[in-house]
Ligand binder design. Sequence first.
Ligand code: AHM
Ligand code: MG
Length: 334
Amino acid sequence: MEMTKTLGEFIVERQAEYPNASGALTSIFSSIRLASKVVHREINKAGLGDINGAAGEENVQGEEQQKLDIYANEKFKSALAARGVVCGIASEEEDKYVNFEGNSQDGEYVVLMDPLDGSSNIDVNVSVGTIFSIYKRVSEVGQPVTSEDFLQPGDKQVAAGYVIYGSSTMLVYTTGNGVNGFTFDPSLGVFCLSHPDMKTPEDGKIYSVNEGNYIHFPEGVKKYIKYCQQEDAATNRPYTSRYIGSLVSDFHRNLIKGGIYFYPPSSSHPSGKLRLLYECNPIAFLAEQAGGSAIAAPDQRIMELKPTELHQRTPFFVGSNNMIAKVEEFMREN
Ligand code: AHM
Ligand code: MG
């Protein structure tokens, strides 16, 4: 069998290529890698034990927490706290940001995460994911973290990525030098480089949106959806509609094949549904690093938004450049 490079080897190699990259980042990736293996293991046997189903609690956003949401949150949190390089985290499943005490206080990085995204899909054996975003703290090293550490614009991200627990488990990440994807080999217990230097097509044929909300969408978005459905040989229309309802999975497919994912503002949810800090920013960073784009509105890059709240939501349009340009055009005109 030909051995491909493992995630661990790749990170060490990259560190040598970029001497300014801190060894702390390597350590953070080790934590994420470990926690994702534990979550992978649990998800793969989720139908067997009593890990499926609701936990009986709601998160701060009024959403019902699933047992696996809480499990994944705990695993990632403790893995990140263990190495003393992360001083605090914020998570979809935590009301407030969490300060890591003790020698973690000397850590220079904060991590924001959605430990288990797409949790409505857990009980029915459909792919879910973990999303993470890493920043350098702006507060003083040695002191407790502050909200400013977490409310940084996406452009300040040091690294971001996701784990997709799909038909195979993959970890995809960027440190601002392109995007690389690693597939987990469960028999060896390692992630192997399977998708080096991922680039998304300039154009795509797939549009991904919850069309059940159509009636509540702004006029420009409605017209764009109709545009996707019209027949036009020159532009390969009608496009194909694909919507899993797991952002990570929908994005991952579109990243590889070319496409657009959007969760627009609607009359019932004026800011959309997705969270800026731990869903949209990391996905936007990956999209741009793969040659695509991510916007909140026409001419409004996601990563330039200045966050004001930890769990703030934003409209989100992400994917192939030409498709994003087209939806922008429709939104501008309407
Ligand atoms: P979650 O973090 O509570 O799972 O919610 C985020 C998910 C995304 O993964 C997905 O794209 C979206 O919510 C689906 O929402 P909807 O069911 O409204 O289409
Ligand atoms: Mg989520």
